[in-house]
Design a protein around this ligand. Structure first.
Ligand code: FE2
Length: 210
């Protein structure tokens, strides 16, 4: 089976401005959506620079005059470049019409992975899944930073709903509160235990994020 990525469309009703999170294999569907509505693509928001999260960027940017946001750390470390690129640092805010999008830089899966918080919805990329957290192998990954990032997300308002880039069986939009039941990484308090479990040997499949 091929890899399935979820992109998200944020619409500011008051201005018709649109933000798209992680345009992926589905960029033609996203284009079709924009063509069939009066909404205007204003921002592309990247959670990180892995290929399956950015492969739709060029196609969209060739058609629309939008800014492409990525954390400064992610762009620097992986030398990611694209047309319309704009970088931010942790805690900075992106304005989309009347919406404020808060950028939480949550490294661990990659050096500058980011979660975007807007209007009670948290778009988590590969940092946090309903069922687990992102793998911490590979260039720029760090399970200790992932621990700190997960602790930070656990500290958010528990009514915030979580929208990851992949599903491993659960539906999206579960609250931070609900993740205490579905996500074992929320239950591990100690850093050494968290890291040992995340990096454990003999995982059946490294793309199984549980
Ligand atoms: Fe990734």
């Amino acid at each position: 089976m091929g890899m399935i990525n979820y992109s998200y469309i944020i619409i500011d009703d008051s201005t018709g401005k649109v933000g798209i999170i992680d345009p992926s294999w589905n960029s033609s569907d996203l284009e079709l959506f924009l063509l069939n509505t009066d909404y205007k693509l204003d921002a592309v928001l990247l959670t990180h620079s892995h290929m399956d999260h950015v492969c739709g960027v060029d196609r969209l940017i060739a058609e629309y005059d939008a800014s492409v946001y990525i954390s400064a750390e992610e762009a620097r470390y992986y030398d990611y470049r694209c047309t319309g690129q704009s970088v931010f640092r942790d805690h900075e805010t992106i304005i989309l019409g009347s919406l404020e999008i808060n950028c939480l830089v949550t490294p661990g899966h990659t050096k500058g992975s980011t979660c975007y918080l807007v209007d009670g919805a948290l778009f988590t990329g590969d940092t946090l899944f309903i069922e687990g957290c992102g793998i911490c192998f590979g260039d720029g990954a760090d399970p200790y930073e992932m621990y700190r990032s997960v602790q930070r997300l656990k500290g958010l308002d528990e009514d915030i709903k979580v929208f990851p880039a992949h599903s491993y069986g659960s539906s999206f939009g579960k609250t931070i509160r609900e993740l205490y039941k579905s996500n074992i990484y929320f239950s591990i308090e100690r850093m050494d235990q968290f890291v040992a479990f995340r990096q454990r040997a003999n995982q059946n499949n490294i793309f199984d994020f549980k």
